[in-house]
Design a protein around this ligand. Structure first.
Ligand code: ADP
Ligand code: ZN
Length: 745
């Protein structure tokens, strides 16, 4: 702030509460010099004192006649949030239709704490050989850990975990048995990069990688905003391009933000990033304690690191001069925050990239229709890596029509003879198989064979899933748990059947069918247990699992060379969703799962079982034909005005009393109808949500369909502000979701 400002006597303060405007406070005389944008203040609020952030400096002209309370204390000498960062957060709040205070709460560690957490000592544990290993009989896994430690001489927890998922836990247990030695010491704070062996020097970029990097490099050097969509199948060298682009931006003295869908699912990537950039990286993950998070935040804010890597909230990394935003797997729905304020991190990366004159790099094997739309509209440049490194071929995919199997009994109907024979064949060659089923639990429904009633959740009216692990019925909407009923609640009949199949039942089936095979399961029920995820990955890596059954979780970036067969049990689960993205999601999942087969030297094979073998997303996924799929998908989207050919705003309303929810929704729709029609927006509803009763609340929706690139953040916030009041008077809650991903509830 170099322009001379008349000494401010008043400040505008945003508070971390769901209130759409800032509050004015007086600056006590003598303290004018401390009133700066981005400084935290303690202010009286009702009968309490709360922490807020100065978002504006004003003279007293607008406060005439009102009694204005004084700032109680200034908490910072230097801005806690820089004016530049604040400008981004303010714009982001408008785009997401969220109050600025709520955006601050979502974007800053612990919201706006009164005190910054004290710095944490940055210690690190190292493992060494204890010199007594000959005295122990080791398991294969322990032996791998021992060999890795021996090869490194000394290895940190982080680096060991990066090389062997779950390895650190194993090593700790080995230390307690005297098989290994460990020591803990302070980590150097200096941002020295590359203290670990760096393999990048051994890699010569392929011509396609060179071409992509040259384009990115030109934009980075120009210091202007540019967006790129990097389309390359798994193993085509995208990550190598990201890491070199980070190196390029570092040369310009600016910093990079690297977003991944879920940080705990990327141990291999973290290992690569750490070994290349060492201490120059801040990793923001949900496992950090509040103090650690605040510490990392400070390192980023001070520019002591040049790269921050994390899940969607890392888009808020407070770098002084970010020059590059990388969004890996940019199509992943995990970038959409679905709780509290709803934001799409990829879209915010683009917004911030424009504000910061930075380069935005969106990478994927299956870019989203939105991103391909950007390249076609000339808003982004398409970069392609069409070949796998090393020229490994893509697996052969066969589609099996499951429709003829409906007459079979129990879980058998989900297993075609083709898939059964292929698993048999794979196991007999000593190779591994993955079976993908995007439904957890044992059976998704319990149905009475006498009257046909399905057991439903009392809170949500959806059918309950039987989970063997818990010996109970679980509701996947509200998590309510009930014991399995002995008789039908409707007719009293005793013939209750488990209908359908989930991952637990699939494991049971496979274990019964292949007696000698080691079968493991990986889904969110398993991974919720601490360390369980790393444990399964480690078992997979060391060849301790013959058949891995799992949900989408097994589809993500893992590289298990011994897996030569991938079976998709029921491709239709994602296809039957009443959602305009269902075909795209199915294509993405099928492509991603298929990419798990044949990662090593042996060719891979994929069998996709489906009730819709002729659907274009199934057919194009089987042919590895992204362009063909996208052409058809975009044509369908254009015909209906869906993204990228239009934008959407979903207003959700819910409350305990249906008639009041309906009345509130109708009032909102009536108030909106004239102004939105004038702006060329169509309004659909109000209508009950597809799942209309959740947690004992009735849910209704209003859908607004806007033209492409409609300035949502400029148009809606002022229009919706007063309507929130209307809704509140009815005892109903309303939430705005810009470009929604989940339209079920
Ligand atoms: P993606 O991110 O598209 O899955 P990666 O960047 O992870 O691809 O590359 C796949 C593998 O190929 C990695 O092991 C990587 O180290 C290696 N690799 C990448 N680029 C090259 C290259 N130009 N020459 C040799 N190996 C490479
Ligand atoms: Zn429920």
């Amino acid at each position: 702030m170099s322009a001379p400002v008349t000494t401010p006597l008043y400040v505008e303060v945003a508070v971390p509460l769901p209130i759409g405007h800032a509050f004015t406070y007086r600056v006590p005389s003598g303290e004018e010099g401390r009133a700066r944008i981005g400084v935290r203040v303690l202010v009286p609020f009702g009968s309490r004192k709360i922490t807020g952030l100065i978002v504006g400096l004003v003279d007293g002209s607008s406060t005439a006649g009102r009694e204005i309370k004084a700032v109680h204390a200034f908490l910072d000498e230097e801005p806690y949030v820089t004016p530049r960062h604040l400008a981004f957060l303010t714009a982001a709040a408008r785009e997401c239709m969220a109050p600025l205070g709520e955006m601050l709460r979502a974007a800053l560690p612990r919201g706006l704490p009164r005190r910054e957490a004290p710095p944490v000592p940055r210690t690190e544990t190292f493992f060494r050989l204890a010199g007594k290993e000959a005295a122990f009989a080791m398991t294969p896994k322990q032996d791998r850990v021992r060999a890795t430690v021996a090869a490194a001489g000394e290895i940190s927890v982080q680096d060991l975990s990066a090389r062997i998922p779950g390895g650190a836990e194993v090593a700790r247990r080995m230390v307690s048995k005297g098989m290994l030695a460990a020591s803990t010491r302070e980590r150097p704070v200096a941002a020295t990069a590359g203290h670990l062996p760096d393999v990048s020097g051994e890699i010569t970029p392929t011509p396609d990688q060179e071409a992509a990097l040259a384009r990115i490099g030109v934009s980075l050097a120009s210091g202007k905003f540019a967006a790129f969509v990097l389309h390359g199948i798994t193993g085509s060298g995208k990550t190598e391009v990201y890491l070199r682009a980070v190196e390029q931006v570092r040369q310009t003295g600016r910093q990079a933000v690297f977003l991944v869908p879920e940080i705990v699912l990327t141990p291999q990537l973290l290992g690569r990033v750490r070994s290349r950039f060492g201490d120059g990286v801040a990793v923001l993950h949900s496992g950090l304690s509040p103090a650690e998070r605040a510490s990392e935040w400070r390192r980023v804010r001070a520019g002591r690191v040049f790269l921050s890597i994390g899940a969607r909230s890392a888009v808020f990394s407070p770098f002084p001069a970010p020059g590059l935003f990388i969004v890996d797997e940019e199509h992943d729905a995990a970038y959409k925050q679905e709780e509290g304020i709803r934001y799409q991190a990829r879209d915010l990366a683009i917004l911030r990239g424009k504000m910061e004159d930075a380069v935005v790099l969106l990478g994927s094997a299956t870019p989203s229709a939105e991103s391909i739309g950007m390249t076609q509209a000339g808003e982004a440049t398409l970069l392609s890596l069409p070949e796998r490194i090393g020229g490994r071929s893509l697996p052969e995919v066969s589609v099996v029509d499951l429709r003829g199997h409906a007459g079979m009994r129990g879980a058998d109907r989900y297993f075609s003879p083709e898939l059964e024979a292929a698993v048999e064949d794979t196991l007999s060659r000593g190779e591994k198989a993955m079976l993908f089923l995007n439904r957890r639990g044992y059976a998704p429904a319990i149905t009475c064979l006498d009257c046909g009633e399905t057991v439903r959740c009392v809170n949500c009216r959806v059918s309950l899933t039987f989970h063997q692990q818990h010996g109970a019925l679980l509701c996947h909407y509200c998590d309510a748990r009930t014991p399995p009923p002995e008789k039908c609640g409707c007719c009293g009949g005793h013939k209750l059947a488990q209908v359908g199949i989930g991952t637990e039942r699939l494991v049971a089936w496979a274990a019964r069918r292949w007696k000698g095979a080691r079968v493991a399961r990986l889904d969110s029920d398993v991974s919720r247990k601490r360390g369980a995820y790393g444990e399964i990955l480690a078992r997979m890596q060391s060849g301790d699992v013959d058949i891995l059954v799992g949900t989408q979780m097994i589809a993500k970036g893992h590289d298990f060379p011994e897996v030569t067969l991938v079976g998709v049990l029921l491709a239709d689960l994602s296809l039957s969703f009443p959602d305009f993205r269902s075909a795209e999601r199915t294509f993405q999942i099928l492509t991603q799962v298929a990419g798990r087969a044949g990662r090593g030297g042996r060719p891979g094979r994929v069998i996709v079982q489906t009730l819709s073998p002729d659907h274009f997303c199934v057919r194009s996924a089987a042919r590895h034909d992204f362009d063909g799929f996208m052409k058809e998908e975009l044509a369908a989207r254009e015909a209906l005005g869906y993204p990228p050919f239009g934008r959407m705003l979903l207003l959700r309303l819910w409350g305990p009393d249906t008639s009041r929810v309906i009345r509130a929704a109708e009032e909102v729709a009536a108030a909106l109808s004239v102004p939105v029609a004038a702006a060329g927006i169509s309004l659909l509803g109000p209508a009950p949500s597809p799942v209309s009763f959740v947690k004992r609340k009735h849910h209704f929706q209003i859908l607004l369909k806007m033209p492409a690139r409609f300035p949502v953040g400029a148009f809606f916030p002022d229009l919706l502000g007063p309507l929130r009041e209307t809704v509140r008077k009815h005892g109903v809650r309303m939430e705005a979701d810009v470009d929604p991903y989940n339209m079920m509830v």
